[in-house]
Design a protein around this ligand. Structure first.
Ligand code: ZN
Length: 678
C-alpha cells in the first residue's frame, strides 16, 4: 500500500490498447510460424513503471472492442435469451448465492456464472444484462470484509483451513468487470482481496482445488500489476506457483498415459477440468521468467493428451478423469469451455497459430454440440458417438452418474450449469487482438467488427463471413484516415492454397500454419478477400474407425430425434428449462465406404443456408453425402452405441447414400464410423 501515492490506475477501456501503443516493441522475428513469435520482456506501463512481465505476443483487446456479427451475433443472442440470461431468476445456487447475501452455495457457482455473463452482456451491449450484472457485483463489493476477504470466506478460516480456489476465480471475474466498466472500486476490491490472499497462503498453503488451479490466480495478479506496478504482486504470483501443482512433473511420468479405470479411481492429476485449465499454466508462468520449459510444455502436454485421450472434436475425454480415446467415453462441458479459454491465453502469449486452429476446432464442434440449439439445456458429458441420451443406470462412465449425458438444467452435477457461460463470449472477445507496432491480429474467424487504435488513429475492421460453413471471408479495414500498421492473419494449418486479396490487387498466397503479416498503408474502406480452401479429410481413429473432416468442422450422422421430458425440473415462470432424454428415431448403425487416400472422390459436400440457430440439425450450413451400408450387428451396448470392432468390415446390406452435418449442429450423432470394404 506504500505505493498508493504514485499509483495511476489505468481505466478499463483505454488500458489494453494504450499499453501496446506505448510499448515501442522492436520488429518481430521473420518467422511467424508454428513456434510463435519472439517478443521482448517488459513494457513500460503508462505510469512509467518498467514491467517485469514479458509481454504477450498479442494482447487481448479491452472487452467490448470486438462486437459479434452475422451468425455469431445470433448465437450470443440465443445464449442471452437462454439459460445464461435467466439462470439467476430461478436457480438458487446463483440467485441466492452467499456471494450476493443469500443462503445457498457460496463457493464457485456464482463467480462461474459471472465469468460468462459479464463478457456476454458487454459484447451484446445489452443494457438489461449489464444492469443485472452490475447489481450482483455491487452485492459482492458490499460484502467484502475490512480485512479484504470476500463475503463467503469463513470466519473460522484461520482455525479450519479453507480452499482458496473460489477466491482465485472471483478475482479473475472482478478484473473482467473492471476492464468492461473501468469501475475503480472493483480494482481496489481486487487489490484488497489479493493482499488478504498473500497473507492467507502464508498461513495455509494452497491445497486441493486451489493447488491444482493456482495459475488462475495469476490472471488477476498480472492484471493488477500491469496497472499499478506493485512488486508484491509478482511475489504473490511466484508463491502461488511454488505452492501449486507441478504439471510438467505429472506429464513427465506415466501419470496420464492410461484411461482411468472404472469406479473409485478419481484423481486430481487426471481430473479433466483441471487438465483443460492447466493447458495455460505454462503460458502464464512463462511471463514471469521466460523459462524455455514453460514455453515448450503446453505443446508437449497437448501432444500427450491427444495421443492417449484425444477426440476428433478437438477435446480429450474425461468423465470426469481422463478416459482414453474411445468415442463413447465422453467429455465434460466445463473442460470444453476451460480448454477454449486456455487456448485463447496460449495464442495470446506465444503467438502460435496452432493454438488458434485448436481453438476453432473446439469452438465449432465440441462447444455447440453439447447444448440444445436454444441453449436452455446442456449436458454434463458429450460423446463423439452419442446415439441416445437417457437416464442410464447401465452406463460405462468411469466416475460419473447415470444422468451425465441428459440434456438438462443440472444433469449429474451443477458445475457445468454455472461454468458453461464463458465459452461463446470469451471466444468472441478473443477473435482479434492488439499486435506489436500498432497492429491487429486475427486469432480466429467468425463474423465480427473490431474497434481498435493504431497509434493515434481509430480503426474498424469488419469481418463478414459464414465461416466455418464457408471458405471465403470479406474483411474491411476502415481507419479514420490513411495509416500504416501490420495486420496479422492466422492461416489455419489445414488451409493449403490460402490466399488474401486486397481489392484491385493480385491475390497473394499465405502459408498454412502461420500468421501472415500484411504490413502496409491502409486507406479508409480497404476491402480484402480471404480464402481458406477446405479440403475433405478422413482420419483413422480408435479401433480403425474413420471420421470425416473439412476445414475446422467434423461431420456426423444426425439421426431423427425423439425428445422426452424427464425428472422433476419443470418450467418455472414460463422459462423453458427442463431435463430431456433424446432417442434416435431413425437408423444410426451405418458403416461408410470411402477411400481414405482420396476422400474427395467419395464425398460430396453441399452448402446450405446457415440457419437462425446456426448450430441445430435444421440450421446446419453444410452437409456431406457419403456411401454407406447398414450394419445390423452394430447395436446398443450398456445403453450406448456399441464399441466399434477394429478392422475393415464386410456387410451384405444394400448400399445407400447418407447425409452428414457438422458435429456442432447435432444433438445425437455417429461421428466415428466403421470402415466397410468397397
Ligand atoms: Zn462441469
Amino acid at each position: 500500500m506504500a505505493d498508493m501515492n504514485r499509483r495511476v490506475f489505468l481505466t478499463g477501456m483505454a488500458a489494453g490498447s494504450s499499453l501496446l501503443a506505448t510499448s515501442g516493441l522492436p520488429s518481430l522475428a521473420e518467422s511467424h510460424g508454428g513456434r510463435g513469435f519472439s517478443v521482448p520482456p517488459g513494457t513500460p506501463l503508462e505510469n512509467g513503471f518498467q514491467s517485469a512481465l514479458t509481454d504477450p505476443a498479442f494482447r487481448p483487446l479491452p472487452l467490448g472492442s470486438v462486437r459479434p456479427g452475422g451468425w455469431l451475433a445470433r448465437q450470443l443472442r440465443i445464449q442471452a435469451d437462454g439459460l445464461t440470461g435467466h439462470l439467476d431468476e430461478f436457480w438458487p445456487d446463483v440467485g441466492e448465492s452467499q456471494w450476493f447475501g443469500g443462503e445457498a452455495e457460496g463457493w464457485e457457482r456464482a463467480p462461474y456464472w459471472l465469468d460468462g455473463i459479464i463478457p456476454l452482456a458487454w459484447l451484446l451491449d445489452d443494457e438489461a444484462l449489464k444492469s443485472k450484472v452490475s447489481g450482483y457485483v455491487e452485492e459482492i463489493l458490499a460484502r467484502q470484509r475490512s480485512d479484504g476477504w470476500y463475503g463467503p470466506y469463513p470466519a473460522d478460516a484461520s482455525i479450519e483451513r479453507y480452499d482458496l480456489w473460489a477466491i482465485l476465480l472471483a478475482n479473475k471475474v472482478m478484473v473482467q468487470y473492471h476492464e468492461a466498466t473501468g469501475d475503480e472500486r472493483v480494482l481496489a476490491a481486487v487489490e484488497a482481496s489479493l493482499s488478504a490472499l498473500r497473507d492467507g497462503v502464508r498461513r495455509t498453503p494452497l491445497y486441493n482445488w486451489g493447488k491444482y488451479r493456482w495459475f488462475e490466480g495469476l490472471i488477476p495478479v498480472f492484471y493488477l500489476y500491469e496497472r499499478t506496478g506493485d512488486a508484491w504482486l509478482l511475489k504473490l504470483a511466484r508463491t502461488l506457483r511454488e505452492q501449486g501443482t507441478d504439471y510438467p512433473a505429472i506429464y513427465a511420468g506415466e501419470g496420464i498415459t492410461h484411461p482411468t479405470p472404472r469406479r473409485g479411481l478419481w484423481t486430481w492429476d487426471k481430473h479433466v477440468v483441471n487438465t483443460a485449465m492447466a493447458a495455460k499454466a505454462g503460458a502464464l508462468s512463462w511471463r514471469l521468467d521466460r523459462s524455455p520449459a514453460d514455453r515448450s510444455f503446453p505443446t508437449e502436454m497437448l501432444k500427450l493428451l491427444d495421443r492417449y485421450h484425444g477426440q476428433v472434436n478437438g477435446m480429450f475425454t474425461g468423465d470426469e478423469c481422463l478416459s482414453g480415446k474411445n468415442p463413447i467415453q465422453g467429455t465434460e462441458l466445463c473442460s470444453v469451455v476451460e480448454f477454449m479459454y486456455s487456448l485463447e491465453i496460449l495464442v495470446s502469449v506465444f503467438g502460435d497459430p496452432t493454438f488458434g486452429d485448436r481453438l476453432e476446432r473446439v469452438a465449432f464442434n465440441a462447444l455447440p454440440a453439447t447444448f440444445t440449439p436454444d441453449m436452455w439445456a446442456h449436458q454434463y458429458e458429450q460423446q463423439v458417438n452419442q446415439v441416445q441420451c437417457t437416464i442410464n443406470p447401465d452406463h460405462m462412465w468411469t466416475t460419473n452418474g447415470p444422468e451425465s449425458n441428459l440434456y438438462g438444467l443440472e444433469p449429474n452435477y451443477g458445475c457445468c450449469t454455472s461454468n458453461m457461460h464463458q465459452g461463446w463470449p470469451k471466444f468472441a472477445s478473443h477473435l482479434a487482438m492488439a499486435a506489436p507496432e500498432g497492429g491487429l491480429a486475427i486469432i480466429a474467424y467468425a463474423p465480427c467488427e473490431v474497434q481498435f487504435r493504431s497509434g493515434d488513429v481509430s480503426v474498424s475492421a469488419k469481418l463478414e463471413t459464414d465461416y466455418p460453413f464457408r471458405e471465403t471471408l470479406s474483411l474491411t479495414v476502415d481507419p479514420e484516415g490513411t495509416t500504416s500498421f501490420p495486420l496479422f492473419l492466422r492461416v489455419p494449418g489445414w488451409a493449403a492454397g490460402a490466399t488474401v486479396q486486397v481489392t484491385g490487387e493480385a491475390a497473394a498466397p499465405m502459408a498454412p500454419g502461420t500468421f501472415h503479416k500484411l504490413d502496409r498503408a491502409w486507406s479508409p474502406g480497404t476491402e480484402l478477400t480471404l480464402r481458406f480452401p477446405m479440403r475433405p479429410k478422413v482420419t483413422v481413429r480408435y479401433n480403425d474407425a474413420v471420421a470425416i473432416e473439412r476445414g475446422p468442422l467434423v461431420y456426423s450422422l444426425s439421426p431423427d430425434e425423439e425428445w422426452t421430458r424427464v425428472n422433476a425440473d419443470q418450467p418455472h415462470r414460463d422459462l423453458p428449462h427442463g431435463d430431456f432424454e433424446v432417442r434416435p428415431e431413425s437408423q444410426w448403425n451405418y458403416g461408410v465406404i470411402l477411400d481414405p487416400a482420396h476422400p474427395e472422390d467419395s464425398l460430396e459436400f453441399e452448402e446450405r443456408p446457415v440457419g437462425e440457430k446456426p448450430f441445430s440439425p435444421d440450421g446446419a450450413g453444410m452437409s456431406v453425402r457419403v456411401r454407406a451400408r447398414k450394419m445390423p450387428r452394430w447395436g446398443l451396448a450398456h445403453g450406448w452405441a456399441g464399441e466399434i470392432v477394429p478392422g475393415t468390415q464386410e456387410f451384405d446390406e444394400a448400399e445407400e447414400e447418407i447425409d452428414l452435418i457438422p458435429y456442432g449442429c447435432t444433438n445425437i450423432r455417429v461421428t466415428e464410423f466403421p470402415q466397410l470394404r468397397d
